[in-house]
Design a protein around this ligand. Structure first.
Ligand SMILES: [Zn+2]
Length: 282
């Protein structure tokens, strides 16, 4: 067996590292004959003794350290960006909702409820650990879906895997593979609970999704136009076991007020009236 001495080993190592730390324009030799950086004036070489032999090894000057740090940060940022892109692709979110943020939420009507949802996203690691979900309920167009999407986007930005879809889409278009993925994702947001068809087939699938999350101990956020009363005492007895699971794990957050869609429509009407020179009520 060939044996190499410690000094030989260090020399070969130093040679490799010197290639990555070469003499650059402006670098100079100091009074000890060691190479120094022309920019930060720190040493780029050092003398060490191995088994009585003196060896010159490369060392990092301030510039080289900074460059390595920047490189590391760049790599980390690129990794985070590609992970976010990947997560967003997998999130199944409507592209129209991908831009909404808590900072752009209109808090005039539901400030307390929106605040609770914001804190939920801040406390998500704990919420997930304790398997606590939310039930955003209230009439159509009060901002439930918008607010749920704000939670989704806040978490996606932190690299948390989130899927936001509706039970209708999941049941009509979802493969079994997709449904099984639903049981493993960190946060599942199911929009419009109660809108699915009430066939035995559909309800069985709904129950399977809800129950798989329940058994996996992972949280769900639901939005629904149903009232709490309708969830607690469903007219259709087949729904009771689904809603029981929902109510057991999800904290109800009410959204009230005039429908945003109605307000928007009304604003459009006012604008038209002004444009056309209507003088009603002026
Ligand atoms: Zn330097």
């Amino acid at each position: 067996m060939e044996r190499i001495s410690g000094a030989e080993f260090v020399k070969s190592l130093a040679a490799v590292h010197t290639e990555n730390n070469p003499q650059l324009e402006g670098d100079y030799f100091d009074e000890d004959g060691l190479l120094r950086c022309g920019t930060c004036r720190q040493p780029k070489r050092s003398r060490i003794e191995v088994s009585g032999e003196e060896i010159i090894v490369p060392v990092w000057c301030e510039c080289r350290k900074k460059a390595a740090d920047a490189e590391k940060k760049q790599t980390a940022a690129a990794l985070a960006a590609s992970r976010q892109w990947e997560l967003r692709k997998l999130s199944l979110m409507d592209s129209a909702l991908s831009e909404v943020r808590f900072s752009s939420a209109d808090e005039r009507e539901n400030s307390a409820s929106i605040g609770m949802c914001r804190r939920y996203s801040d406390l998500f690691p704990q919420m997930m650990r304790e398997n606590r979900g939310l039930l955003l309920f209230g009439s159509v167009g009060t901002g439930k879906t918008f607010t749920a999407a704000c939670i989704a986007n806040a978490l996606l930005e932190q690299g948390v895997p989130v899927v936001m879809t509706s039970l209708v889409k999941l049941i009509d278009g979802g493969s079994d593979e997709l449904c099984s993925r639903m049981s493993a994702i960190d946060l599942l947001i199911l929009d419009d609970l109660g809108a699915e068809r009430s066939t035995d087939y559909a309800l069985e699938k709904v129950y399977n999704v809800v129950d798989s999350r329940y058994r996996a101990g992972l949280p769900v956020i639901y939005t629904t136009n149903l009232t709490l009363e309708e969830l607690k005492h469903p007219a259709d007895i087949r729904l009771a076991r689904i809603y029981d699971r929902v109510l057991e794990r999800c904290f109800p957050v009410e959204f009230r007020g005039v429908s945003h869609r109605k307000t928007a429509a009304r604003q459009g009407f006012e604008e038209m009236k002004a444009l056309l020179g209507g003088d009603e009520g002026g």
